[in-house]
Design a protein around this ligand. Sequence first.
Ligand code: SAM
Length: 218
Amino acid sequence: MAYKFIDNYRERGARKKLVEHLKGRGIEDQKVLEAIAKVPRHFFFDETFWNQAYRDIAFPIGDGQTISQPYTVAYQSELLHVKRGDKVLEIGTGSGYQTCILLELGAEVYTIERQENLYQRTTQVLPYMGYKANFFLGDGSKGIAEHAPYDKIIVTAGAPFVPEIMLKQLKVGGIFVIPVGDEKSQKMVTIIRVGENDFDRIELDTFRFVPLVGDQAW
Ligand code: SAM
């Protein structure tokens, strides 16, 4: 497959403006902002829509799915407090944009997508861009037990509840970020595993994600 990957001053300039916009919306983590400034988001768009790539909006990527809004990606990434070498599980690879941000933050990423077309595309596009992740195809609502435990878990689709099975895959001291609610809106939930059977839960702002579909989901 041929991809057109050109990153020139126009796109780099648009990314700088996006970073300023995200700072204005309250994103403070310098490493997250640097990652946003680095990852060429337009590579995840058809060339016809490159002029949309650095607007702070979600955008269709086919198969009824979306590339998340940059603010949402920055918001979730900030909550994860990724440290270099962290083992991070991402549920909902989608376009792979969030995966690249996690890789730029120094994470070792395990990412799972249930839609085969999207999985096929990211397994080709990300390595082509120079990003190495561990890709899986399947129902991520159960996590990926074979590779657990994880330092961090991020879910990028809206869940009806927190899947218990995923909590067990988190290291003690680990952070889990998941949007939870109904089909129309979800609260961003952060859970910290403070002990073997002890979890701290914080509910934050409201978002609207595509649904998490699966055994432990919708
Ligand atoms: N992080 C993505 C990005 O940066 O483009 C955005 C992902 S999109 C908002 C949510 C993704 O979750 C969709 O691609 C959808 O197919 C996927 N998804 C939904 N339920 C899933 C499940 N049970 N397991 C894995 N992926 C799932």
